[in-house]
Ligand binder design. Structure first.
Ligand code: 2AM
Ligand code: CA
Ligand code: CA
Ligand code: CA
Length: 267
């Protein structure tokens, strides 16, 4: 597998898809519900995923595609540890796409034999592409991004977290998290998991906490975070299985330890 070639194609296709999305924000969208009124999908989610499926199938017919909208067909049974797998989220932040017309992105991660290789996250409204080829650093557009500043204490930390953590939920004890809400410098919730991971990777956020993400949500972001030497684990502190839904906690190593030992209590 030629990693440079895959990197180049991924950036090119993600950019092209971004142009389609940028032009579509002014159009009337067909919005449907998936599992609930808070779980939206538009015709653009499916169109953009199909765009990637066609490009990948035509260029790399042996590669496997895992997309949120499940538009890839006739794929053989696969063992992700033994294949090239594309994790595609055609629109991450569909609710923002529908309501705000901003704060959404396209996220594409490529894994070779179970190892992260390429991650590209593109916000077409701000025209910001966060991208990495494993081992070659994180870039924002053409600029190499240094390691995010090492915030090590929660008093200095700006963390991305869903407000639902503060209410009764099935995953985390509320009291320690409510304590965290009063102890840390601030919370920011963008509403696009991939964009939040990209922001952590360049130091705009110091950490992020998620209960349950799909492979397509974290596939690209994981590579950016790993490339910057940040910690990325499940809420239980284990390594992430890239090909299964997963909780996720990321930040600098020091902050990760503080947050996990003081504020994360699994139910
Ligand atoms: P999506 O826009 O691709 O669905 C919103 O809080 C963030 O959580 C988005 O990144 C969203 O991705 C993700 N998410 C994952 N599963 C979701 C679900 N079942 N309903 C809504 N958002 C979900
Ligand atoms: Ca969705
Ligand atoms: Ca998503
Ligand atoms: Ca999506």
């Amino acid at each position: 597998m030629n990693k440079q070639e895959i990197y180049r194609f991924t950036k090119e296709w993600v950019y092209e898809a971004g142009v389609i999305l940028r032009e579509s924000v002014t159009m009337d969208l067909e919005v449907e519900y998936k599992t609930s009124a808070a779980d939206l999908v538009t015709e653009k989610d499916k169109e953009i995923e199909m765009f990637f499926v066609k490009k990948i199938n035509a260029t790399f017919p042996n590669h496997y595609i895992l997309g949120e909208e499940d538009t890839a067909s006739d794929q053989k049974d696969y063992n992700p540890q033994n294949e090239v797998v594309w994790l595609v989220d055609p629109i991450d932040g569909t609710t923002n796409f529908v309501h705000q017309k901003r704060n959404f992105c396209i996220s594409v991660g490529v894994y070779d034999n179970g190892k992260p290789v390429v991650g590209v996250i593109y916000d077409p409204i701000s025209d910001e592409m966060f991208h990495a080829l494993a081992g070659e650093g994180v870039y924002l557009n053409d600029q190499r991004m240094k390691l995010p500043s090492k915030v090590t204490t929660y008093e200095q930390a700006l963390i991305s977290m869903n407000h639902l953590w503060l209410a009764p939920n099935d995953f985390l004890c509320e009291q320690p998290i409510q304590q965290m809400a009063t102890d840390i410098r601030g919370f920011r919730y963008i509403g696009s998991a991939a964009l939040e991971l990209a922001y952590v990777s360049v130091g705009r956020l110091d950490g992020a906490i998620f209960a349950g993400l799909g492979s397509w949500d974290f596939g690209a972001g994981y590579i950016l975070l790993q490339e910057q030497g940040l910690s990325v684990t499940t809420l239980a502190g284990d390594g992430i299985d890239f090909f299964k839904p997963s909780s996720l906690l990321t930040s600098s190593k020091e902050l990760h330890q503080v947050v996990q030992s003081n504020y994360i209590r699994l139910k």
